[in-house]
Design a protein around this ligand. Structure first.
Ligand SMILES: [Zn+2]
Length: 244
């Protein structure tokens, strides 16, 4: 029976001469594989709607634990602005890769889907991609089993005399445990907490200073490197872009 499933293509792989298999992050089922017969054919109506970052309603014959079969796609948003900008494509690719890794650990929740789609829609709207990506990264930490503790010193548990936030040590450091770590303003902690709590969908503008954005990005990127065990090529690529 034909079924309508909302989702976004996060990966496409050629299959045989003219077909391809797409990995779609769906609201209903998490990530599923869908066979697109003949989609690489020049005249196929599936050709243009089975590319990475296609966001729409997928009309499929759903098969649990097997490849589903694609019939057609109704586009919800073409994400045109992202697709026309190499920098935004890079952020969007990283977002897809990251979400793929998170769900691969078998902990799919609709919330992950919503956060992913809302992040991409905010990139499409033109909001700062570093901030949006960082917000998503902070929200996904819980699913990676390394939630951030930003309420007390990571070494001794004290809530008093906090002097800095250390990515190396994975959180706040108090005066007694301080060992010469890089000093960052404690006001950053509030902002990172806000990243954690805010509903991405509700963000309409970002008014953070450039140096705050950079410092938080540095912290979150280093934290990911040191604590999540993830290595994503798309992230490495982003880092080279951000240095330019
Ligand atoms: Zn301490």
């Amino acid at each position: 029976m034909l079924e309508k499933v909302e989702g976004i293509i996060i990966k496409e792989t050629p299959y045989g001469e003219t077909s391809k298999i797409i990995n779609v992050l769906t609201k209903e089922y998490g990530i599923i594989g869908i066979m697109c017969k003949g989609a690489m054919g020049i005249k196929s109506k599936l050709r243009s709607v089975t590319l990475k970052l296609t966001y729409g309603i997928f009309n499929i014959y759903y098969k649990k634990d097997k490849l589903s079969l694609l019939n057609s796609v109704d586009i919800i948003n073409s994400l045109k602005n992202i697709k026309e900008d190499i920098t935004l494509i890079s952020y969007a690719s990283y977002i897809c890769d990251l979400v793929y890794q998170v769900i691969k650990n078998d902990n799919y929740e609709t919330k992950i889907y919503d956060n992913c789609i809302n992040s991409l829609l905010k990139l499409e709207e033109g909001l700062n991609p570093i901030v949006i990506t960082n917000i998503l990264e902070v929200k996904l930490l819980d699913y990676l089993g390394v939630g951030l503790n930003l309420t007390s010193c990571v070494s001794c548990g004290s809530k008093k005399n906090i002097v800095t936030l250390s990515s190396e040590k994975g959180g706040l450091i108090c005066k007694d445990c301080y060992e010469g770590e890089r000093i960052v303003p404690i006001s950053l902690v509030k902002t990172i907490n806000m990243y954690y709590l805010i509903d991405i969908k509700s963000i309409s503008k970002i008014s953070l200073k450039e140096d705050v954005i950079k410092e938080i990005n540095y912290f979150i990127s280093s934290f990911y490197e040191d604590y999540t065990g993830l290595y994503l090529k798309s992230k490495a690529f982003l880092k080279t872009i951000e240095k330019l």
